[in-house]
Design a protein around this ligand. Sequence first.
Ligand SMILES: C[S@@+](CC[C@H](N)C(=O)[O-])C[C@H]1O[C@@H](n2cnc3c(N)ncnc32)[C@H](O)[C@@H]1O
Length: 419
Amino acid sequence: MEVVAGCIGSGRGTAEVMASLASLRGAASSERAVVSGWATRVLGARLRIERALASCAPELLGDRALGLTLATMVEAGVEPGSWSAGLPTQAQLRAAVEELEDPGERFATQYSAPRWVADRLRAHLGDDAAAALRALEARAPRALRCNLLRGDRDALRSRLAQEGVDVEPGRWAVTAVTCRDAADVFATRAFRAGWFEQQDEASQLAVALTAPPPQGRVLDLCAGSGGKTLGIAAALGNRGAVLATDVHEGRLRALRARLARAGADNVTPHLLRGDDAAVARFAAGCDRVLIDAPCTGTGSWRRRPQARVSVTEQDLNGLLQTQRDLLCRAAAWLKPGARLIYATCSLLAEENAEQVRWLLARRPELELVRVAEVLGGGVAGPITDASGMFLSLRPDVHGCDGFFAAVVRRPRRRTPQRS
Ligand SMILES: C[S@@+](CC[C@H](N)C(=O)[O-])C[C@H]1O[C@@H](n2cnc3c(N)ncnc32)[C@H](O)[C@@H]1O
């Protein structure tokens, strides 16, 4: 309950809140698993449970975290012991949702999604929308990205095993390992020595898709606290140059600390303030520009459950405009042969393929690069859309975050043929 209250109060994700709680310091892995499992479940079911409680037990919403936790337990068929007095029954909770008359409202509530998201997912995914939304209520696998500057994945597995942390190779990304239990990985010596960062496999695939050439120059335009920057720095083997920009100073501060821990010294963090000639100059000589765009985050609700309730349809409209602005700026910088990688952790087509198609319509000189051309056919096959052009990941299909990425290239100029 402390974790649920912390997430609701601060807007932070469950992992972050758990890491900050003194009461969980030194807790056994099994205890952490139970706490994290329930917190995820409660926060995932929040919109459905709130709706049900509003009609059958509104007084429980007075202490939101407590009411939601108890009602989610009842919904899951768990008897909350002496707390059960005054709680609705499982059947009452279900009926409160099933009796909603409007089918769109009923579907959104059943799957604990805001109506504007549920409608869009149904239009885009059809019957699969239910499975995708259901998967977003479950606990996300805990993936770590091996820092190749310290050692390879096997070396990381051995180091973690020495500290009692049991991991297995990830399913999709060659840099990924997945934790088999809920051990506190941030308390390990391996973490302090920069051997890994916690990062979903989908984000690791975005790093792989950036694929900078040896000694290459990369602009990471929306670097934030550097999840992907760190992976790119390692992919370059600490050579070349990465300019990591963002509009958020606090995130860049966090990036500096992470760079030091990882031993990455080919990255320059840079705070964006309006038009920036230094960034434009760097970008004009770049091999890759990554836009890890600000988005609704609908694909990463398991990790940031607050986005389920805090992001609005008005926010979507503003985000769509920001994404287009970023795409236009980056496309104008691309030198011949350079690539733009556009990524979001959203499941909404408007933020994903539709934005890329919009860019290509405005900039017909640019071309899409097939994912298989970058990652190889064997890797790309199961993680692309039907056209093979877009990285397209879903929690219900791939287990990782809902994620999208595309690679766009400015073709090299053809040398004129002599007759
Ligand atoms: C999805 S997050 C980036 C996450 C980061 N790349 C990572 O892997 O950890 C999007 C970032 O875009 C930044 N952002 C928002 N508007 C921006 C803009 N106009 N220019 C550059 N960055 C922007 C936000 O501050 C946020 O850090």
